[in-house]
Design a protein around this ligand. Structure first.
Ligand code: GLP
Length: 251
């Protein structure tokens, strides 16, 4: 693709910097489409967030045009607020229903979600972890405050499994103050260890707001201080796609 710049990273097989958000999104969408064409039975973990919306819209367009078929794939989601019902406005299940599960016409029998109102969150986390464990073909990830992936905040152990997480002050500030959400201060999230088991991992980021997290994840020491730095432990199966703004501190 035009003017893409590849950074030679010691641990991560592909770190690609695109001149624009649009090209980053296009490339991410193409990677996902190619994977599903090669493996129509792929199991995919879907992240939520603004970053993913244009990617999912591209996938939906490709499905509508008959260019790819997601109907036999299996869908997992990454994280959900707790306690928070999927009927509520900012539920991640609701987000995925709207942007992924419906538009990509995934067979409802193949959709696995975390229950944000499960009576016992620890039992729910264990149930989900048993389901998701060692079967993900592709995990899609965004990145946010202090390099969190899913809702694995700073100092989450790299071998963590799906669990109930306490959200950091930065994440709460983003959600409640900046985004005016009515969401709680806890969430169920696939653990870092769970995420790292995926056969392929795609991290997508664009915009200047993500540049310091990308730098922390890719350049600073690998440490539980930056959850996303764990991706470097399995870097051979990781692709990082960023625009120039998000990548401007790693070039
Ligand atoms: C939430 C999710 C993360 C996601 C992040 C990015 O915190 N738990 O998995 O990476 O949002 O959000 P956005 O793409 O809106 O910046």
């Amino acid at each position: 693709m035009e003017r893409v710049h590849q950074i030679h990273h010691p641990e991560i097989s592909e770190v690609l910097v695109y001149p624009t958000k649009e090209l980053t999104v296009k490339s991410a969408s193409q990677e996902i489409i190619e994977l599903v064409k090669l493996n129509p039975l792929a199991s995919i973990t879907y992240a939520t967030g603004d970053t993913m919306i244009p990617v999912y819209e591209n996938l939906a367009t490709a499905v509508d045009r008959g260019l790819v078929d997601f109907s036999q794939t299996t869908a997992f989601h990454l994280d959900e607020y707790y306690p928070y019902s999927q009927e509520r406005k900012f539920s991640f299940v609701k987000f995925l229903n709207n942007y992924v599960f419906g538009p990509l016409k995934i067979n409802p029998d193949n959709i696995h979600t975390l229950n944000g109102i499960a009576e016992d969150p620890h039992i729910e986390a264990k149930r989900y972890d048993d389901l998701v464990s060692k079967r993900i073909s592709l995990a899609l990830l965004g990145i946010d405050p202090r390099g969190h992936i899913g809702f694995n905040e700073r100092n989450t152990p790299f071998d963590s499994r799906t669990h109930l997480a306490l959200l950091s002050n930065e994440t709460l500030h983003r959600d409640i103050v900046e985004r005016s959400q009515d969401t709680p201060n806890q969430a169920l999230t696939q653990g870092i260890g769970t995420i790292l088991e995926a056969s392929q991992i795609l991290l997508i980021a664009y915009g200047i707001g993500k540049s310091s997290y990308i730098r922390e994840a890719l350049i600073n020491h690998i440490s539980e201080f930056c959850p996303a730095s764990a991706l470097r432990l399995v870097g051979k199966k990781v692709t990082v796609l960023v625009d120039e703004k998000a990548g401007n501190l790693v070039k």
